[in-house]
Ligand binder design. Structure first.
Ligand code: B4P
Length: 197
C-alpha cells in the first residue's frame, strides 16, 4: 500500500494537494479537519464536542481524533493506499498511526512536508475565511493561535519522521501546479506509476 502523510502548518495547502494526489494515485483521502467539519455541520454529538476546540484554534483531543481515524479507516479498508491530510498532528497521534498501520502490515511510505512562511499562511487563511464561512479562518487571533499550536505540538513530528528517514521537505510556495509536480516527483518512484505525466 502507498501510505502518504501530507504535513505542514495550517493553510500550507495540505487539503488542496491531497485532493489532487488522491485522484492521481487512486488513494483514500482522510482529512481529520473535513471529518470534524462534517460532524459540526450535521450537529452530531461528536460535532458538538469538537466545536469548542476548533473555534478556539486548538487541537481536538488525541483520544477522540485517534478513534475517529481508526473508525474511518476500518470502514474504507479496500483502497490501494491512504493519504493522511492533517493527521498526525501530535507525537501521540503519530505513535497511534504507526501502531495502527503495523497491525495492517503496512508502513507509512513517505511524509511530505509543505514549507510556507507565516505571512503567506495568514494571508491564505484569512482570504479563505472571507468566503468559506469557516469561523476558525476569520479571526486573526485564532489563526495566530493555530500557528502557535502547530509550532508547539505538531512541528516536533518533523524530527520524529526524520529519524525514520521518511520526511521529504518541499517548498509549499508557488503555483498549485508547481507544488503538485514536486510532490509527484517524490511519490512517483515509490508508486506503481512508471512515468510522470
Ligand atoms: P484542517 O482542516 O486540517 O485545516 P488547515 O490546516 O487549515 O488546512 P490545509 O493545510 O489543508 O490548507 P488548505 O489546502 O485548505 O484543520 C482545521 C482544524 O481541525 C484544526 O485547527 C484543529 O482544530 C482540527 N483538527 C484537524 N485535524 C486534527 C488532528 N489530527 N488533531 C487534532 N485536531 C485536528 O489551503 C488553505 C488555503 O490556501 C485555501 O484557501 C487554498 O485555496 C489556498 N492555497 C492552497 N495552496 C495554495 C498555493 N499554492 N498558493 C496560494 N494559495 C493556496
Amino acid at each position: 500500500m502507498l501510505n502518504l502523510i501530507l504535513f505542514g502548518p495550517p493553510g500550507s495547502g495540505k487539503g488542496t494537494q491531497a485532493t489532487m494526489l488522491k485522484e492521481r494515485y487512486d488513494l483514500l483521502h482522510i482529512s481529520t479537519g473535513d471529518i470534524f467539519r462534517n460532524e459540526l455541520k450535521n450537529h452530531t454529538a461528536l460535532g458538538l464536542e469538537v466545536q469548542q476546540y476548533m473555534e478556539a484554534g486548538q487541537l481536538v483531543p488525541d483520544d477522540l481524533t485517534i478513534r475517529i481515524l481508526a473508525d474511518f479507516t476500518e470502514k474504507n479498508s479496500t483502497s490501494k493506499g491512504i493519504i493522511f491530510d492533517g493527521f498526525p498532528r501530535t507525537i501521540a497521534q503519530a505513535d497511534a498511526l504507526d501502531a495502527f498501520l503495523s497491525s495492517k502490515n503496512t508502513p507509512v511510505s513517505l511524509v511530505l512536508a509543505l514549507q510556507v512562511n507565516d505571512n503567506e499562511l495568514i494571508k491564505r487563511i484569512l482570504l479563505r475565511g472571507s468566503f468559506s464561512g469557516r469561523s476558525d479562518d476569520q479571526d486573526q487571533s485564532v489563526v495566530t493561535k493555530r500557528l502557535a499550536v502547530y509550532n508547539n505540538q505538531t512541528a516536533p513530528l518533523i524530527d520524529y519522521y526524520k529519524k525514520q528517514n521518511k520526511l521529504r521537505a518541499l517548498n509549499g510556495e508557488g503555483s498549485i501546479e508547481e507544488i503538485f509536480s514536486s510532490l509527484c516527483n517524490q511519490i512517483d518512484p515509490i508508486s506503481n506509476r512508471s512515468v510522470y505525466q
